[in-house]
Design a protein around this ligand. Structure first.
Ligand code: SF4
Ligand code: SF4
Length: 182
């Protein structure tokens, strides 16, 4: 299922379980946050899946082979240079474990360097719509603040809803959960 050597994913997964939830620092340590150079150029998937579980939809759906899993039990790792930011892995993940961070789009659309578009898988009802305000939380369910919904897509193949929100760039990797503001 790929040529990336299996490393210490079991140890990494156990460490995360002990911590209770994945943090951005954890993601950095295991290589799940791309370099500044990559994130300036492409939309990128941020994968919170650090445990060894027999699950492969993200790998199977990726059209460019950018998600590498030496065996079906290994955690997914991204070959950043092969990723096109297509979002299919986020659509396919049954665990809603993948967000997509898109800095280039935010720069082009809003002509600003301090914003990011983040695609968040969402399974609650009602589904937010463009222009709605949402409250944004990090992985520890700590409040980050408020954001606006830029667009919403529903995966034709998987049915997953991705809510695209515009956030301050400093939240790009932190933003994980949203709640529709009423
Ligand atoms: S965003 Fe698309 S190209 Fe990148 S890893 Fe996910 S499925 Fe593959
Ligand atoms: S599809 Fe989701 S839960 Fe399954 S291995 Fe990929 S990231 Fe993990």
């Amino acid at each position: 299922m790929g040529d990336v050597k299996r490393k210490d994913s079991k140890v990494e997964g156990q460490k995360i379980i002990e911590a209770g939830y994945v943090t951005v620092n954890d993601l950095k340590k295991v290589g799940n946050i791309p370099s500044d150079e990559i994130v300036e150029r492409y939309a990128v998937p941020i994968i919170d899946c650090l445990e060894e579980i027999p699950c492969t939809p993200c790998h199977d759906v990726c059209p460019t082979g950018a998600i590498v899993m030496p065996t079906m039990n290994d955690r997914p790792r991204v070959k950043w240079e092969a990723c096109t930011g297509c979002t299919l892995c986020a659509q396919a993940c049954p665990g809603l474990a993948i967000t997509i961070v898109n800095i280039p789009f935010a720069k082009k659309m809003f002509k600003r360097d301090d914003l990011a578009l983040v695609s968040i898988p969402y399974e609650m009802l009602p589904i937010p719509k463009k222009g709605d305000k949402v409250i944004v939380y990090n992985r520890g369910h700590e409040l980050l603040g408020e954001a606006e919904v830029f667009s919403v897509i529903k995966s034709p193949k998987f049915g997953t809803v991705l809510v695209n929100i515009v956030v301050p760039r400093k939240w790009a990797y932190e933003a994980k959960y949203i709640e529709l503001k009423r």
